[in-house]
Design a binder for this molecule. Structure first.
Ligand code: G6P
Length: 616
């Protein structure tokens, strides 16, 4: 949550900060601001609202300052108004800070600083950081032969509990930028004669593809000619320059109206990329290089626990079916926020798999730490290369689907399920299923991208279904077996971006309560594809029809029988039941997308949400 960008170089900083903030806006978008410095005083401009609201209050032409920090906010402490927007200055105006994360002990520190004479303007935890640095900075005599600004930052950081990605300016050091990280991501892009410090590579890649990734409790001091990395305890560390793996093209809209739509339509290509090099189609073998040294342990494991949040949790639920069905490994999928606090039982030979698009979700990261502390081998299924979860896990499998910008996750879900399917087939071959069956499943899985394309062709038809039901405020999504997690995901998508209330349920559970909700015309989306539970779900469809519900069905192509039971029908190609989520979720992604657009919502930046939830 929250996006940070800072620039130090030879160019005019302001437009670079604004461009960077626009690329990070998906991380939070309730208020924004910049602080510039070029000798003399720090100049802050900030406002509630989005980056374009900030642009309206900026000086034109842009000030010539070539050092600055910027922020786009997702409020945690204090309302999303102008006073609470970042950057925050200390009360003397010498130190400016932008922050991503939460300072847990801010209330104690604030009282203490107030007693020391500091004034506070905002309700934020971040203002405490600025005033704390200023407090130490004022202690002239205690900086032991070190850059005083850097020393004061280190002293302050040691007092903070919680998480932070910080970019900091000091008006006495007009050519110095300091960044620090604990629990929230921070990357320094290293260009020729310029540096961009940001929460996410998306704000950097336009300027350079070389970067260093700070680890927790590390800081970087940047000056025009060099950067120095240290621990916050002042121990110098050497960090390798890494290549940022994605291009500017990947994060631009490329002719689509929204990132979400682009990402939905990218799925055939990115799933092929995700499988490329992992599925050897000639020999029908799966090779998962990232976890190769853990395959023996996985094959012998007695229990798998998957942990994740949001859409990634739904992918984990599909994975649970896959591991149990193909490899007969007892598997549970747990919300990371519950797992981390439930005193989990981790027995010998338990393997934990954390699933996360961003690799930064605070609860998932904490669940990883919790599992490691209890002695489990922890593997990651992550999209963002070098992210906190990718680094915290013992080994892992990257999705390789490129950046996902739309707040509502789409291509990451199908890629997570694809990775889980590849792993389950491989473990299945080693534990439970015959080589012939494994070969057949590999063949079927590799057909999925083409089959998705034929679903995307129905986008206009799905838009008509969304339009016909646009005024309904309550929807049900129902599925059984492998398609039960898809029902949950379909409901989540609709809630996230169209703000329509929706519930996802295992279809048979409907009669234990939710059936009472059904009134005339209420849409009920059934996933009724061919499979062992087809007849059962037909029964559930009739139960809803009998009570006046509007029946929208996702069914297998060629199912003539279902036509007479449905008000609206969306056909998906045939595939074995265990891979159906990779197809049946597509119509539901498109349904949510079209409903949100038709309702006039900002699909890529839905209200109150953020792409990467780095707070509890
Ligand atoms: C947020 C996003 C969701 C995402 C969830 C988990 O809530 O809005 O789209 O599914 O976080 O994110 P992760 O990056 O861990 O997959």
């Amino acid at each position: 949550m929250c996006g940070i960008v800072a620039y130090l170089g030879k160019k005019v900083a302001q437009p670079i900060l604004i461009e960077g903030l626009k690329r990070l806006e998906y991380r939070g978008y309730d208020s924004a601001g910049v602080a510039l410095l070029d000798g003399g005083a720090i100049k802050v401009k900030k406002t509630s609202g989005r980056i374009n609201a900030l642009e309206e209050i900026l000086d034109e032409p842009a000030p010539s300052d070539s050092l600055g920090i910027g922020h786009t906010r997702w409020a945690t402490h204090g309302q999303p108004n102008t006073v609470n927007a970042h950057p925050h200055l200390d009360y003397t105006g010498k130190i400016a800070v932008v922050h991503n994360g939460i300072i847990e002990n801010y209330a104690t520190l604030k009282t203490w600083l107030q007693n020391e004479g500091a004034d506070f303007a905002s309700e934020t935890d971040t203002e405490v950081v600025a005033n704390l640095i200023a407090y130490f900075y004022a202690k002239e005599d205690q900086a032991p032969g070190q850059n005083k600004f850097e020393w004061a930052v280190q002293q302050a950081l040691r007092e903070l509990h919680g998480t932070y990605g910080l970019a900091i300016l000091c008006s006495d050091f007009p050519d110095t930028l300091i960044g620090a990280k604990k629990g929230s991501p921070l990357i320094l892009g290293v260009g020729s004669s310029e540096y961009i410090l940001a929460s996410d590579a998306a704000a950097i890649v336009e300027h350079t593809t070389q970067a260093i990734y700070l680890a927790d409790n590390e800081m970087v001091t940047v000056t025009p000619d060099a950067f120095h990395t240290k621990t916050i305890d002042n121990v110098t560390i050497t960090k390798d320059l890494k290549q940022i793996e994605f291009s500017l093209e990947q994060i631009e809209l490329g002719g689509f109206q929204h990132h979400m739509l682009k990402e939905i339509f990218e799925q055939p290509d990115v799933l092929s990329t995700c499988m490329d090099g992992r599925i050897d189609r000639l020999n029908n073998r799966i090779k998962l290089g990232g976890i190769a040294s853990y395959l023996r342990e996985l094959t012998r494991t007695k229990r798998l626990i998957m942990t994740a949040c949001g859409t990634a949790f739904h992918a984990g639920l599909v994975g649970e079916f896959l591991f149990e069905q193909l490899a007969r490994i007892p598997t549970e999928t747990e919300y990371a926020s519950e797992f981390r606090y439930r005193n989990p039982i981790i027995e010998d030979q338990t393997v934990v798999i954390a699933i996360s698009q961003s690799g930064e979700t605070a609860d998932t990261l904490a669940a990883v730490e919790q599992a490691k502390e209890r002695g489990a081998t922890v593997l990651g299924i992550v999209n963002v290369v070098g992210s906190s979860i990718a680094r915290a896990t013992d080994a892992g499998i990257y999705l390789h689907v490129g950046p996902e910008i739309g707040v509502a996750s789409t291509k990451a879900f199908t890629a997570q399920v694809t990775v889980l399917a590849m792993l389950a087939i491989e473990l299945g071959r080693r534990r439970h299923i015959s080589s012939n069956d494994a070969d057949r499943y590999i063949h079927e899985l590799s057909q999925i991208p083409d089959k998705i394309s034929s679903i995307l062709d129905q986008s206009d038809h799905i838009k008509e279904i969304a339009a016909a039901n646009l005024n309904e405020e309550n929807w049900l999504f129902l599925g059984r077996g492998f398609n039960y997690p898809v029902a949950l995901e379909g409901a989540l998508k609709l809630k996230e971006i169209s703000y329509i209330h929706a519930e996802g349920l295992p279809a048979a559970e409907m009669k234990h309560g939710p059936i009472a909700l059904i009134v005339d015309g209420m849409p009920a989306v059934f996933i009724a594809t061919a499979g062992p539970q087809y007849d059962k779900i037909m029964g559930n469809i009739e139960e809803v029809r009998a009570r006046g519900g509007k029946i929208i069905v996702v069914a297998t192509k060629g199912d003539e029988n279902i036509k007479k039971h449905a008000d609206h029908l969306i056909a998906v190609p045939q595939t074995p039941e265990l891979f159906q989520p990779l197809l049946t979720v597509l119509p539901l992604q498109l349904l949510a997308y079209h409903a949100a657009v038709l309702r006039g919502h900002d699909v890529d930046k839905p209200r109150n949400l953020a792409k990467s939830v780095t707070v509890e």
